[in-house]
Design a protein around this ligand. Structure first.
Ligand code: 6PG
Length: 231
């Protein structure tokens, strides 16, 4: 992982600019290793960025393998499914073989078994890990105070979180720290306090899980970056 970078864009150009940052990392991975393994974030922030990725030229989609950082325990066609959101915004609109898209089966009744099956699919190191962040500092489905934050062996675990839908599968801290590139996407003033705390370097991941991404690439709009010290 390169040393931390913070990109700040105006809201009007955020989605296209953030897509440009992701595209550059994806293309570099395919040039260096012949393929790109990328895990997508859930939530609303990434959706316009995924849509802009459709137009990013030079991404060799036939060499891209798509994973997910977390998923809610809902059917794959449910309005709250992270898979469905990414599929509609991007995956159904680019020439990526369906065999290279790896959905988390979070709706399986035995979520522990689903977690282990997904862990077996994950590469040892993701090339690109896309993360969002909640106003409480959670990322993926790693919420403040969760025992999943202490997980050092399993790479995927079932959790019950405060953000509905509560039952989920999530990657664990080792997946974040081992990723070659971590990209945090955040917009809006509501995220500004946790982003400032996370980038200040003094916060504990147990309280602010997004701190796990502190050495990554932060792609913020001006509102989300508004409390980050300049310089
Ligand atoms: C989820 C996401 C979650 C999300 C943040 C930010 O499944 O809910 O993985 O971690 O990234 O909650 O969500 P917004 O982008 O909608 O603010």
């Amino acid at each position: 992982m390169t040393s931390r970078q913070v990109h700040v864009f105006e809201p009007a150009t955020y989605a296209r600019s953030a897509a440009g940052v992701l595209a550059q990392l994806m293309i570099r991975a395919t040039q260096e290793r012949g393929a790109c393994t990328i895990a997508l974030a859930g939530g609303a922030t990434p959706i316009p960025v995924y849509r802009e990725l459709i137009r990013a030229e030079r991404i060799p989609w036939g060499l891209v393998h798509v994973y997910f950082g977390d998923e809610r325990a809902v059917p794959m066609d449910h309005a709250e499914s992270n898979y469905r959101a990414a599929h509609e915004a991007l995956l159904a609109r680019v020439p990526i073989p369906s065999s290279q898209i790896f959905r988390m089966d979070a709706a399986r009744p035995d979520r522990d078994s689903a977690a282990d099956d997904y862990a077996a699919l994950l590469p040892d190191r993701l090339d690109v890990l896309v993360l969002g962040v909640g106003p409480d500092g959670h990322t993926a489905s790693l919420f403040p105070g969760s025992k999943a934050l202490l997980e050092l062996d399993r790479t995927v675990v079932p959790v019950v979180g405060p953000k509905p839908p509560p039952e989920r599968l999530t990657i664990t801290p080792p997946v974040i720290t081992r990723a070659r590139e971590v990209v945090v996407l955040a917009t809006g003033a509501g995220k500004a306090p946790v982003i400032a705390r996370a980038l200040s370097g003094s916060a504990d991941p147990a309280d602010l899980p997004i701190v796990l991404a502190r050495h990554g690439t932060w792609v913020l709009d001006t509102a989300a970056a508004s409390q980050v010290p300049r310089g």
